[in-house]
Design a protein around this ligand. Structure first.
Ligand code: CMC
Length: 431
């Protein structure tokens, strides 16, 4: 972040205040209002943070107009095509692409942390089997702070490192366990001879009674889904993690907060909501009815998997996801899947519709991911836990970055108060 020679002038009741303008390496300039209240006695007002940078960061950059997503400078389509999830994890965490030795060491470290404390198995059993897997996941990840006392000290760099690796390594195990628990099957332990994505499929789909061979194409599709969800700068769940962490909360509590936020249908919950919507539409002839509902201001219905706060051209992740969907469905011989037909037609019609063009609403990452996950065999309730496990590295990278910032302050937004001013308490008999 560099000071520019530019400044912005705010004029208020005849007085002028100079506000420094900071220059990013990419993206629009930023007006620095940190001293505004002290100098001018006013707050800025920006619910939903549509014009506010909440922090500085060197991890991920999005240009919503160009449809560009960069991790540490590398475009997401190149990473999705040439790299793989654990390499992207290294990149996000440490800022550079690993050498062969660094990658091998990192993969080995993550692989050797995939088992969870055995007593956590009993903790799982306290949940109802019909709980949503996200409910279980929020609880279990939060409870990691009760099991891993030796990585709770956020002021100890080594402990922060261990907590990061534990979270990235154990999240697939926890997600798979939530699934197994919900269907009444035994938990499956991780296998160190498999890679990250293949091991996740193994823990979800194998049973002790027979041999399960992971299909490499499905493992590749799974890995790509993880890669495409790895980080997305200051989205709602990441901002939640940062805000929780700003108070000094432990890493597992912060990531549990991120999972809770991700669950909402406007964020990570959209992948489940999108597939359910596509199934509800059911056939291509019913698309106009749903489009009309999406445009009706009096109907709360929204086209799930469409629109994004930042992308106003296209979501680069959706492009890669669509290719993966075609690949996976062809492999499984289900190209004529009716849900896919509805999705393709819906995308075509919506992209030509003046309402969607005018509001710059394009398919987002969640539009096609559900179709792939469904084809692999996951129930819709597992879609958001899979998003959560993939996003963990983004949360952890942003958490580490924030803790290393010497300027870190507790996050404490101000408000525009519109309630009553002071009034005297009225005794109950006089109300
Ligand atoms: N269907 C119909 N209309 C929409 C939609 C949609 N999916 N999304 C936005 N609009 C309309 C909205 O009604 C508003 O219209 P108007 O200007 O007349 O009031 C306009 O477009 C702008 O919408 P907004 O809600 O002000 O935009 P936002 O930036 O606050 O919301 C969003 C972004 C992603 C929450 C929203 O587009 C949405 O609810 N989409 C559906 C849920 C979804 O797919 N979410 C996944 C996002 S990508 C994965 C992730 O980040 O987790």
């Amino acid at each position: 972040m560099a000071d520019t020679n530019k400044s912005a002038t705010l004029t208020l009741e005849g007085k002028s205040f100079e506000l420094p303008v900071l220059s990013p390496t990419a993206g629009p300039d930023v007006i620095d209002v940190r001293k505004l209240y002290a100098q001018a006695g006013v707050f800025t007002y920006d619910p939903g943070f549509t014009s506010t940078a909440s922090c500085d960061s060197t991890i991920t950059f999005i240009d919503g107009d160009k449809g560009e997503l960069l991790h540490r400078g590398y475009p997401i389509d190149q990473l999705a095509e040439k790299s793989h999830y654990l390499e992207v994890c290294f990149l996000l965490l440490y800022g550079h692409l690993p050498t062969a030795v660094e990658l091998e060491e990192f993969e080995s470290l993550v692989t050797r942390h995939t088992m969870i404390h055995e007593q956590m198995h009993y903790f799982f059993r306290g949940f109802r089997r019909d709980s949503h897997p996200m409910a279980t996941m929020v609880g279990v990840v939060g409870a990691m702070s009760a099991f891993y006392h030796d990585s709770l000290d956020i002021n100890d760099q080594q402990q922060r490192e261990v907590a990061s690796i534990r979270l990235i390594a154990k999240m697939p195990t926890i997600a798979a366990m939530t699934y197994k628990y919900s269907i009444g099957q035994p938990f499956v332990y991780p296998r160190n001879d498999l890679d990250y994505a293949a091991n996740f499929l193994h823990m979800c789909f194998s049973v002790p009674a027979e041999q399960y061979n992971v299909d490499p194409i499905l493992a590749r599709a799974m890995d790509r889904i993880f890669t495409l969800h790895a980080d997305h700068e200051q989205n709602a769940s990441t901002s939640t993690v940062r805000l929780a962490s700003s108070s000094g909360a432990n890493p597992f509590a912060c990531i549990a907060a991120g999972i809770a936020c991700l669950w909402g249908p406007a964020h990570g919950g959209a992948n489940q909501a999108c597939l359910e919507m596509l199934r509800e539409i059911g056939t291509v002839d019913r698309i106009p009815e749903y489009l009309a509902r999406a445009k009706d201001k009096n109907d709360p219905f929204r086209l799930m998997g469409f629109g994004h706060r930042v992308y106003k051209n296209f979501d680069p992740r959706a492009k890669v996801m669509k290719e993966s969907a075609d690949e996976v469905l062809a492999l499984l011989g289900v190209e004529n899947n009716p849900t896919l037909q509805v999705a393709k037609e819906l995308e075509k019609i919506a992209l030509e519709d003046p309402y969607f063009i005018e509001k710059k609403l394009y398919p987002n990452v969640d539009f096609y991911s559900g179709i792939i996950l469904d084809a692999i065999g996951f129930p819709t309730s597992m879609f958001t836990p899979i998003f959560a496990l993939a996003r963990t590295v983004g949360w952890v990278s942003q958490w580490k970055e924030q803790l290393a910032d010497p300027q870190l302050k507790i996050g404490r937004p101000r408000q525009l108060y519109l309630g009553s001013t002071t009034k005297d308490y009225v005794d109950i008999e006089n109300r």
